[in-house]
Design a protein around this ligand. Structure first.
Ligand SMILES: Nc1ncnc2c1ncn2[C@@H]1O[C@H](COP(=O)(O)OP(=O)(O)O)[C@@H](O)[C@H]1O
Ligand SMILES: [Mg+2]
Length: 242
């Protein structure tokens, strides 16, 4: 059963069709990849799913229910969380306080945000640096703080926009392990990422965008063998930043 679905969403910016009838699915406990060249419409698709960008047409469904007209704030409450392409941490705050501010927003009656924070920090493996300022962290650790902040919203589905950019190989491996561990609890993940080997390793399904349209979708093996995908994306330099 899909947790999250887009049905033929389109976004027009003036005369430019940035997203053109994009349909994709994120299943419970699985990672779906959203890949494609720079400018293909990946971040715009994320913005439509999270409610930051109203689609020109099409629908977004969470647990089979149409949430296209639900505000970004209420979508977050219902379990859609994201991280951003550029890190958005409070540099002068500690790791712990960065996560705590997110946990406090979410905490209901009878929940101790401090305890939730400590659990999340442990879950992403940052206990040793919990008292360090966020601006003193390596990029890898900063990405994990961002992940912990997103998890503080108790998401059912998590959208990650280029989470491995700037990470070295060991940091990428650690990040991948944590993501796979999270899916074990049923979390669905949609990941935009240019690190193709990482996407192939993590994802059950991959959707490839090109010029705003779905070029292909399928398993990692199907995508790697797809000649349209090779011509448009995989044959290029997939490591180019964007
Ligand atoms: N707010 C905006 N206004 C106008 N055009 C935009 C806006 N956001 C993105 N675009 C354009 O939409 C297209 C898709 O952008 P984006 O979704 O950021 O692509 P990707 O994340 O795949 O690199 C690009 O051509 C980009 O220039
Ligand atoms: Mg982008």
């Amino acid at each position: 059963m899909p947790i999250l679905e887009t049905r033929e969403i389109s976004v027009r910016f003036g005369g430019h069709l940035a997203v053109n009838e994009v349909s994709l699915v994120v299943d419970e406990g699985q990672i779906t990849g959203l890949i494609g060249p720079n400018g293909a419409g990946k971040t715009t698709t994320f913005n439509v799913i999270t409610g930051l960008q109203p689609p020109t047409r099409g629908h977004v469904l969470l647990d089979g229910r149409d949430i296209t007209d639900v505000s970004a704030h209420r979508r977050a409450r219902r379990g859609i969380a994201r991280t951003f392409q550029r890190l958005e941490l409070f540099g002068s705050l500690t790791v712990r306080d960065n996560v705590l501010t997110a946990a406090e927003l979410r905490a209901g009656a009878g929940v101790d945000p401090g305890a939730v924070t400590d659990q999340l920090i442990e879950r992403v493996g940052l206990t040793a640096v919990a008292d360090q300022r966020a601006d003193a962290l390596s990029t890898g650790s900063a990405r994990l703080v961002e992940l912990a902040r997103a998890l503080a919203c108790e998401p059912r589905v998590l959208l990650l926009d280029e989470p491995a950019s700037g990470l070295d190989e060991a940091e990428t491996d650690r990040f991948a392990e944590i993501l796979l561990d999270l899916t074990g609890d049923g979390l669905g993940i949609l990941i935009v990422e240019h690190d193709v080997p990482l996407v192939m390793r993590l994802c059950a399904q991959i959707t490839v965008l090109n010029f705003g349209e779905v070029l292909a979708s399928g398993t990692p093996i199907e995508i790697q063998r797809n000649t349209d995908v090779i011509d448009a994306y995989l044959g290029q330099d997939p490591g180019a930043p964007g």
